[in-house]
Design a binder for this molecule. Sequence first.
Ligand code: AHR
Length: 619
Amino acid sequence: LLVNASEALGRPIPKTLFGIFFEEINHAGAGGLWAELVSNRGFEAGGPNVPSNIDPWSIIGDEFSLIVSTDLSSCFERNKVALRMEVLCDSEGTAICPAGGVGVYNPGFWGMNILEGKTYKVLLYVRSSGAINVSVSLMGSDGLQTLSTANIIASASEVSNWTKMEVLLKANATNPNSRLQLTTTRKGVIWFDQVSAMPLDTYKGHGFRSELVEMLAVLKPRFIRFPGGCFVEGEWLRNAFRWKASIGPWEERPGHFGDVWMYWTDDGLGYFEFLQLAEDLGTLPIWVFNNGVSHNDQVDTSSVIPFVQEALDGIEFARGDPNSTWGSIRAAMGHPEPFDLRYVAIGNEDCGKKNYRGNYLKFYSAINKTYPDIKMISNCDGSSQPLDHPAHFYDFHVYTSANNLFTMANQFDHTSREGPKAFVSEYAVTGKDAGKGSLLAALAEAAFLIGIEKNSDVVEMASYAPLFVNANDRRWNPDAIVFDSSQQYGTPSYWVQSFFAESSGATVLHTTLNSNTSLIASAITWKDSDADKTYLKIKVVNFGSDQVNLTISVDGLEHNSIQLSGSTKSVLTSGNLMDENSFKEPTKVKPAFTMLENAGKDMDVILPPHSFTSFDLLT
Ligand code: AHR
């Protein structure tokens, strides 16, 4: 492998090249990245007709001790369903309540992870026909282990109208499968609504599950595309994600049923929170909005203007003046400064749909007129033929076999260098080559990304999909990060992305590989400004089943030479091509990091069969 390290012959890589795509799929957000522990906190998931299904809430007690139902008495206009609990037993008299009381419990999203010494904030709205004494407790899943408890005591006049109550619970033990209980031993009728439990320490105090955000931060993403995917489209427009329903006080959000991935979300992780997450990660938000097209119904172009206005309002919410109509709502939510929204995608995978082009043009011209600096992404693929409509970027999605994706390392070699650039916003190996995240899939993706790095004059951005899966709701395999209530690990595909964390904004160098069809390589030079060091990073995929002895020769180093000390090597490989990580073996396939003992201008290196290696040379 010949590497010409002369920056003059290299090409700057876009600063935005590698990012992430977050979709509300697989309970990635609700029950995942969003740290809310209560599932169906507003009792709306069962629908607006009462009595309704209160799942996953369950009842503690029997029909002789309490009657639990729902009614439409909530004080929140957009989510009227509230829980009504008629307690028939008491602490004295003929019908004595069982020890521990009667009430309801919520198991969260397949168990709440409660950690010893940590504090959890429980907020709830309550109303009653009389005085109340309610125990708010974090319990083990069997209801026997008490991790923390406190009482809400109020006189009849204090709770005759809906009242917000707050309780801080400090856990005295750890249990990843806990539940939240509301119990009482006092006769009467109590209504509950909007019951929330959150750990006090979340990422930057903004409600995100820290361990999961930290895994994202490792990738140094330069953008975050959100909130879908099909989630944005909906099977039907009536169930598509609507940004306006996802902002403002959390208690007032109606929540919605995502009918593509088939689960309810309270929309605690809403449009504002996505923008906040982008800011917290130091990355650029890319907002995908619905263009009046779902999987099964479409708004006619002649009627699409109200949808266009929704998008314009959404942009104003993100970056408008704090005195503007929508900017003022953002300011009231605690963020007077505008968010740095520079990109929007008009729809998701809708290019072939009847009304797409017509609708797209309405959005494009209105946004261009009001926000001329906003860059817009079309759903139509412009990689093989020019687009027939104006766009700043075009979306490119690929889910395929390992061999196909490996050969697609050349996908953009012959793309026209004129016109809009590609946003490869979803790519992955899927199907039997991938399983739930195999080494094989990851190696093919590494090759594809090397191809993207080399073609980054025509590819502006790329992100893997999907990003997250809660192991209890695998709607889509594979995914980059697997988690449950208390654990998480990266699949090999996640680790491949970490090899590209330094690529955005670096310089891609000229490389020549002597013909070995199972190898793909690239080289970049990048500067670690914090440490004031410059690195030459050479990445090679060996997709074949034989070990390869490779000579790497570096030419054209202008000022510096390669330093032995500080040069390292990372190798991603495993005993078996189909090896995957799991909760039992979370690091079975993970890069192994060693010092590079023969770092120099000419190096003889060994590439293990089926491997991805990065040589990081300090210059
Ligand atoms: O990433 C999973 C799904 O794949 C996305 O929702 C959609 O855009 C694509 O079809």
